[in-house]
Design a protein around this ligand. Sequence first.
Ligand code: 13P
Length: 343
Amino acid sequence: MTKSLNAIAQKLMSPGQGILAADESEGTIAKRFAKINLPNSLDLRRDYREMLFRSTEAMTKYISGVILTEETLEQSAADGTTFRAILADADCIPGIKVDRGAFPMPGDSGEKITEGLDGLRQRLVRYAELGAGFAKWRAVITINDVAPTRNNIRANAHALARYAILCQEAGIVPIVEPEVVGDGDPGNHSLERSAQVTGEVLENVFKELRLAGVDLSGMLLKPNMVLPGVNSRDRPGVEEVARRTVDVLKQHVPAAVPGIAFLSGGQTDEEATAHLSAMNQIAYKPWPLTFSYGRALQNVALRTWAGRRENFPAAQAAFTHRAHMNSLAALGEWSNEADRAAA
Ligand code: 13P
């Protein structure tokens, strides 16, 4: 089993490929649709995901795996072909978001704790039967005057470890996602603070993973990049973000981990691509680095689609362009000029 978990993880990290995070919960996709004045209907959600998954060039060349939801794992395109069959044709591994969301932590620190462990063992058996090769669980770490607290970091790290070992027991590769979110208050969330908190969180996560007996060679890490909060006055350049992020990861992520796939976390499309490419230009890293982006892969495609099937080709071209640029970034070969020229 260990060998096959590692084989799945390595396939997800194939050179020049990354993961499409299309696991927006109903609440999150409703927000994305509302921005373009679309209602959150089952048919529109299906059409939107169909548009992405049928982007044949992007899915075959640049995307190794897709994070689905319970809805999409069992859903079919308008013509009745299952999404799983469409992904299999493109040689993409289906994954599944298994957490039940982040909820307010008891107390008044303004933090969140991710729920979803109860019944997870049984759910994972079903997801494995449906062909899921990997899973995702997102923990949210908040920075403010009093946060993160040790209690919150430990609780989230513990839940991630419980989730990860259950996945491995079911033959599913866990993507472990501790996200230090960027909407902290001004002054609290500098680049320095982001580096310090990200390091502390990763330290605790790997401590809990080891305690739980998780095989580090059969998992992937999905971290935030080291970035200042959205309201911070810090404006680090691309190279500085890349260097600080790689430094923190090197200090806290064991070399046994087969790969690191970043979340985009509200960066602009180009920032997310530029940062990944710059990190891949840094020498001597023990793990490959790629993308597991949601918004930074989908923003333009979503707007171009605008709820209409006749816009599929244009939306698919936009998605393919972004996936291609992030593929170049995963190889450390992206440039602004190439991005503009290809667009
Ligand atoms: P973003 O890239 O939009 O941050 O989403 C990635 C993800 O899967 C968050 O859980």
